[in-house]
Design a protein around this ligand. Structure first.
Ligand code: FPP
Length: 249
């Protein structure tokens, strides 16, 4: 098959790709189905993208599965999403292990229902020895929450005398975020034609290339993922420098 994958340069892959999976509700609506139907089909996309990322050699894939703001949705939808997460984690555990994928989570896990937290911690424990790729689920996550938490932890250290104020820099700050062991994402994808960050990895995505697509999340497949990676590879990443400065002699 003539796949976009053939145009991807293996030496220029991003190490970390973050995704805002959006459009499940609208996708379901176009089919005259309840929103939860969209979330269930969204799991098919999660599987496809996880597989595509691992096959390409991406080291970290972070998916925004539930934001702090999502609690304000109807309780029926919230409960269904939580149950779907539990089901998915248990049903995919074997596949994750077979493919040497490690599960991790970021967010305020203490705010999750017990059954969801348990499934998650179980999944993390049972896959912790895998090293091909890390799949990070952002759950009950929001950047502002995370930044405030980091500030609190740093302030506590200063108060105790364990850290001096003049030692605080970007690197120290990043070490206090929930992503401390994860490199910053170089590519951030958002589906469904929305052009927002929605409180997602605001600190970490400071230099990320942003890729937006009209495709609704439940329709997002491997080829769509390859398109995003290819678009990333065709961009010039300057980090504040000029184009000329990037040309190495
Ligand atoms: C956004 O679509 C999607 C979510 C808030 C949930 C995403 C969850 C999944 C795909 C299922 C579980 C995932 C994992 C990782 C096991 P939306 O509901 O905001 O859609 P809309 O914008 O069309 O209303």
């Amino acid at each position: 098959m003539n796949s976009v994958k053939n145009f991807i340069i293996p030496e220029k892959l991003p190490r970390h790709i973050a995704i805002i999976m959006d459009g499940n509700g609208r996708w379901a609506k176009t089919k005259g189905k309840p929103r939860v139907f969209g979330h269930k089909n969204g799991v098919v996309s999660v599987r496809a993208v996880t597989e595509a990322a691992a096959e390409l050699g991406i080291e970290y894939l972070t998916l925004y599965a539930f934001s702090t703001e999502n609690w304000s949705r109807p309780s029926f939808e919230v409960n269904a999403l939580m149950a779907l997460l539990v089901d998915t984690i248990y049903s995919e555990m074997e596949t994750l292990n077979k493919n040497h994928i490690r599960l991790k989570a970021i967010g305020d896990l203490s705010g999750l229902p017990d059954s969801t937290r348990k499934a998650l911690l179980d999944g993390i424990e049972k896959t912790k020895g895998n090293s091909r790729m890390t799949l990070v689920l952002a759950l009950n996550y929001s950047s502002r929450w995370e930044i405030v938490e980091a500030t609190r932890k740093i302030a506590e250290k200063v108060e105790k005398g364990d850290l001096a104020v003049n030692e605080i820099d970007a690197s120290v700050f990043a070490q206090h975020l929930t992503t401390s062991m994860i490199p910053d994402p170089e590519l951030l994808i958002r589906t469904s034609g929305e052009y927002r960050m929605s409180n997602y990895l605001l600190w970490q995505a400071a230099y990320a290339e942003l890729y937006f697509t009209e495709v609704l999340w439940p329709d997002f497949r491997k080829e769509d993922f390859y398109e995003a990676v290819l678009a990333y590879q065709q961009r010039e990443r300057r980090f504040g420098k000029t184009s000329e400065q990037l040309v190495t002699p």
